[in-house]
Write a protein that binds this ligand. Structure first.
Ligand SMILES: CC(C)(COP(=O)(O)OP(=O)(O)OC[C@H]1O[C@@H](n2cnc3c(N)ncnc32)[C@H](O)[C@@H]1OP(=O)(O)O)[C@@H](O)C(=O)NCCC(=O)NCCS
Length: 201
């Protein structure tokens, strides 16, 4: 797991980014996701079970962004891809059709990344995803995002993710997704220093 880093990036005073016990703080995380991504109470309940099931996996990892008072304002989690998992079985035929299903092997999946709207555009999302992927053993990362020009798609592209398949339909999801993949480590843009300043003197 990535070491905790703390400090104050531009516009993100005192935000701490470090390991998150997602099983213990699943309700706080889903509250962030609900407002960032727009989930209703029923979807939150469905996702709660999914998150807890994912966290049975010994290599599942999560990082959180917290305020100085301990409020969770962002999180990321993921796990190594397993072709037998539901997500992988849905995207596999789409990736096979574009000749990119090899990305499903030896790949770290970013399952969720969300930052509370009050704290967006301060470098927190970028720091969460680069920090979590820096600590994994896989040489590449894959994820799915709603197939539209969104801040998430802009962030992923800036980090080196490219489209592997588009118009991917997940059962019960109203909008199609794009599946994206990037080699690790992720490409660095403008660095934001979340470490504490050195002591004076
Ligand atoms: C996607 C998300 C996690 C980004 O978090 P964030 O902390 O706001 O992102 P950052 O401040 O680290 O921004 C990093 C990069 O993302 C892109 N980005 C962020 N917000 C953007 C916006 N409103 N418009 C366009 N690009 C944007 C830019 O490339 C930005 O780099 P730059 O600052 O050098 O221009 C956040 O917008 C979010 O939670 N969105 C709603 C939930 C969601 O869609 N999650 C992803 C599901 S796949």
């Amino acid at each position: 797991m990535a070491a905790a880093v703390s400090g104050s990036g531009p516009g993100a005073p005192g935000i701490l980014i470090g390991p998150l016990d997602l099983a213990a703080r699943v309700d706080e995380a889903l509250a962030v996701q609900a407002v960032a991504f727009g989930l209703g109470p029923e979807e939150v309940e469905v996702r709660r079970h999914i998150v807890l099931r994912h966290f049975d996996h010994p290599q599942a990892r999560a990082l959180g962004a917290t305020t100085p008072t301990g409020r969770l304002v962002g999180f990321v989690y993921g796990l190594p891809n397993d072709r037998s998992q539901w997500w992988s079985t849905v995207v596999e035929p789409y990736l096979r059709a574009t000749g990119s299903d090899g990305w499903l092997d030896d790949s770290f999946v970013i399952t969720e990344l969300h930052v509370h709207p009050d704290h967006q555009q301060h470098g927190i999302g970028r720091t969460l995803i680069t920090t979590i992927t820096d600590a994994v053993g896989q040489p590449r990362s894959i994820l799915s995002a709603i197939d539209t020009e969104s801040p998430a798609r802009g962030l992923y592209r800036a980090l080196g993710y490219r489209d592997l398949a588009r118009q991917v339909h997940f059962p019960s999801a109203p909008k199609p997704y794009a599946v994206m993949g990037a080699p690790l480590p992720l490409r660095r843009g403008q660095a934001i220093d979340f470490r504490p300043p050195p002591p004076p003197g």
